[in-house]
Ligand binder design. Structure first.
Ligand code: 6GU
Length: 246
């Protein structure tokens, strides 16, 4: 997969792209992320990327021309008439694991990071295929949101994670939160690891973990619980857990 990121601050991505899972995926050639400074697509002496909003109001608006030209330059380089192009903005549809999976299935992806008070609406109307927000809060720019999207997408690409099993068991796959994890030491400052995990009884451990997932999701994320598909055994585990608690 190749991801092209259009931003006013390419250096913000240095950390993400050089470390950990994403850094390794880049090194192994499993993904190619290219950064494009929007400012380099201007033609005027001062490299102006923003201007005052028509109709007045606070702040500046990102101009159409450099953004259109940057996207067209990427699609030209790829030899494609168009590329899936996402504008990161607080007005977009909410990003989630399902959307991450959808984007991970693309061969190419262009991400545009909005900034200042906004981006000229003609970018959203006539250039992009999708507008995405990462949550109901305001960031100072789209870069951090783009990093969230890039991280989520890259870890889903084939060969990026060591074990495919760890993908299947994680939170939000199957709609439940993950069970609690522990590692050595078995006792730390007097706090113990749940005894069942030290028992070696894999059937009982799996049952306990499923129960913990259900309990956590019910308590912390009732919205996810409503959508989850529960087996009769799940319902039994859940009512058993509530009986123990009360
Ligand atoms: Cl994509 N951009 C900005 N500026 N703020 C956000 C966001 C994006 N998603 C949530 N908040």
């Amino acid at each position: 997969m190749r991801i092209d990121i259009l931003t006013l601050f390419p250096q913000m991505f240095d950390g993400l792209l050089s470390c950990s899972i994403v850094g390794r995926a880049m090194e192994h050639g499993l993904v190619d992320v290219k950064l494009h400074d929007i400012r380099t697509y201007t033609h005027d002496k001062h490299n102006i990327v923003d201007d005052y909003p028509y109709g007045g109001g606070a702040g500046m608006v990102l101009k159409t021309e450099p953004i259109f030209e940057a996207v067209e330059s990427v699609s030209g380089e790829l030899g494609l008439p168009s590329v899936p192009t996402v504008l990161l903005s607080p007005q977009g549809r909410l990003f989630n694991q399902e959307l991450a999976r959808e984007l991970a299935s693309c061969q190419n992806l262009v991400l545009i990071c909005g900034h200042y008070e906004g981006v000229d609406e003609r970018v959203a109307e006539h250039l992009v295929s999708d507008e995405i927000s990462i949550g109901d809060y305001l960031l100072s720019g789209g870069e951090v949101a783009a990093m969230v999207v890039v991280d989520c997408v890259i870890r889903l690409l084939p060969g990026v994670l060591g074990s495919e099993a760890s993908l299947a068991e994680e939170s939000h796959i199957g709609g439940l939160l993950e069970y609690p994890q522990y590692t050595r030491p078995a006792v730390y400052r007097g706090w113990t690891v749940p005894e069942i995990l030290l028992s070696g009884d894999h059937g009982e451990i799996a049952r306990w973990r499923r129960q913990q997932s259900l309990l956590r999701t019910a308590k912390r994320r009732p919205d996810l619980m409503e959508k989850a598909v529960l087996s009769p055994e799940d319902k039994r585990l859940l009512s058993e857990a509530f009986e123990i608690k009360s």
